[in-house]
Design a protein around this ligand. Structure first.
Ligand SMILES: Cc1cc2nc3c(=O)[nH]c(=O)nc-3n(C[C@H](O)[C@H](O)[C@H](O)COP(=O)(O)OP(=O)(O)OC[C@H]3O[C@@H](n4cnc5c(N)ncnc54)[C@H](O)[C@@H]3O)c2cc1C
Length: 420
């Protein structure tokens, strides 16, 4: 099999890169080791400029169709979902009635939209169930070895390779490119569950509820108030902890609903950037190039912009309008933005402690609720200030590559919704 660009990894970044290349007239093959798009909701925040990119490949209407309506008014801190409220931040303040602080679309709903978009192009081929396990490169291109689910092997030849193969990036390992920066910042369980929580969400609609119950601390991420949620909770490493997660979830919710747990994943945030984004004809993009804590929702957004800048430069070289050496500009533009976003995400994570400090440490839920109900005016004002101080965490678009700060630029492959 041959194409001008081989994309390893059919996650959101690889699929967006494929559609952008096709729109720019560059043939491409995507190999994805899974046989379907991912089931876990994972990321859900789409910021403004990445939404411009998605609009430019013509998927905005489809995103609007598949995502549940969830008014993004508040970020709420509470003892438990059904218990005492600690406070809330109005993130819709100052926005027009039809404006949203971000576009909320869970990754498991976004990926099928991106897959359908990528496969519609005659210049693209998306191969699912294909694991890239070996790579060689020479002066003219790269040769990749791919193993299919039935055990058969295949060779793919391309002029360039985009490694969009996620945080563990096998291609990055094959290229011997280390990650630089702090490793795991705590360990978490991500519990994906089904429950109708509308009675406790509808009056203060929003995507995030920070649960402060001392025996069940964590973040409730509302993907669909009527059914789909993730509870992200610290992993203490105690014996039998995973088996006790349903009880912890029930304590975090504190409502008369029995949630149906769909999956549990262990996960650790990192604050790391690849030592270099390029090795000859191979380029890293998305989580393969950078890993941030989810505080700020910048990971996926930074990856979509990587795909935009890199494919624009590859298309220029493929059309003989630029020299191959100009491709170094991808790292020059995108790496500093990723570094700034890693720092911002980490600062957001550390900054959250200001609220816990204002509330104080308590042995159990009853003590926490008693403390909340007995705060004097000065203590309440300190707590309200600590909550207001989190605003930039939720409204920031993060750092953008310089060429995208004022929009997608003149060379945007924009085809509006005609591309859908
Ligand atoms: C449970 C979870 C929750 C998350 N929550 C958030 C959040 O709230 N906010 C946020 O910003 N980010 C979050 N993230 C991170 C976010 O999902 C990533 O930033 C985003 O998925 C990056 O997209 P990507 O395409 O670069 O990588 P990925 O989505 O990881 O896609 C990489 C793809 O490459 C494939 N692949 C890997 N190796 C090979 C190979 N050798 N051959 C072929 N294919 C291969 C994988 O199967 C995968 O499909 C979360 C991640 C997880 C797992």
């Amino acid at each position: 099999m041959e194409a001008r660009v081989l994309i390893v990894g059919g996650g959101p970044v690889g699929l967006v890169a494929s559609s952008l290349l096709s729109q720019r007239g560059v043939s491409n093959v995507v190999v994805e080791r899974r046989d379907r798009t991912q089931r876990a909701p994972a990321a859900h925040v789409l910021r403004r400029r990445p939404m411009d990119v998605l609009r430019s490949i013509g998927v905005e209407a489809e995103i609007t169709r598949v995502r549940p309506r969830l008014p993004l008014h508040y970020i709420t801190w509470c003892a438990s979902l059904g218990g005492a409220e600690v406070g809330r931040l109005d993130v819709a303040k100052g926005l027009a009635p039809d404006e949203e602080v971000w576009t909320n679309c869970s990754q498991n709903l976004l990926e099928p939209v991106l897959l359908a978009r990528a496969t519609r192009e005659s210049l693209a081929r998306v191969v699912l169930g294909a694991d890239c396990f070996a790579l060689d490169q020479d002066d003219d291109g790269v040769t990749a070895r791919v193993r299919r689910e039935d055990g058969s092997e295949q060779t793919i030849r391309a002029a360039w390779l985009i490694a969009a193969d996620g945080a563990g990036s096998p291609v990055r390992h094959l290229m011997d490119i280390p990650m630089v920066g702090p490793g795991p910042q705590g360990r978490f369980f991500m519990v994906h569950f089904e429950a109708d929580l509308r009675p406790w969400i509808d009056a203060r609609p929003g995507p995030l509820f920070w649960i402060m119950n001392p025996s069940a601390p964590g973040t409730l991420i509302v993907h669909d108030a009527a059914r789909s949620h993730v509870f992200m909770t610290l992993r203490f490493g105690t014996e039998g902890e995973e088996d006790a997660l349903p009880e912890r979830l029930a304590a975090a919710l504190g409502v008369p609903v029995i949630p149906k747990v769909l999956s549990v994943d262990a996960w650790s945030p990192h604050v790391q950037i690849a030592d270099r984004y390029r090795e000859g004809r191979v380029f890293l993009a998305g989580d393969a190039a950078h890993r941030f804590p989810p505080t700020g929702g910048l990971g996926l957004n930074t990856g979509i912009l990587d795909a935009y800048v890199l494919t624009r430069q590859l298309a220029e070289v493929e059309a003989d309008r630029a020299e191959a050496a100009s491709l170094d500009g991808y790292e020059t533009e995108c790496r500093p933005a990723a570094e700034a976003n890693a720092k911002e995400s980490f600062e957001n994570l550390k900054h959250l402690a200001e609220i816990s400090e204002a509330v104080g440490a308590h042995p159990d839920l009853a003590a926490l609720e008693k403390r909340l109900s007995s705060m004097n005016a000065g203590e309440r004002a300190t707590l309200d200030r600590a909550i207001e101080n989190q605003r930039s965490h939720f409204v920031s678009d993060g750092c953008l590559p310089p060429s995208l700060r004022d929009g997608l630029g003149a060379e945007s492959p924009h085809q509006g919704e005609s591309a859908s």
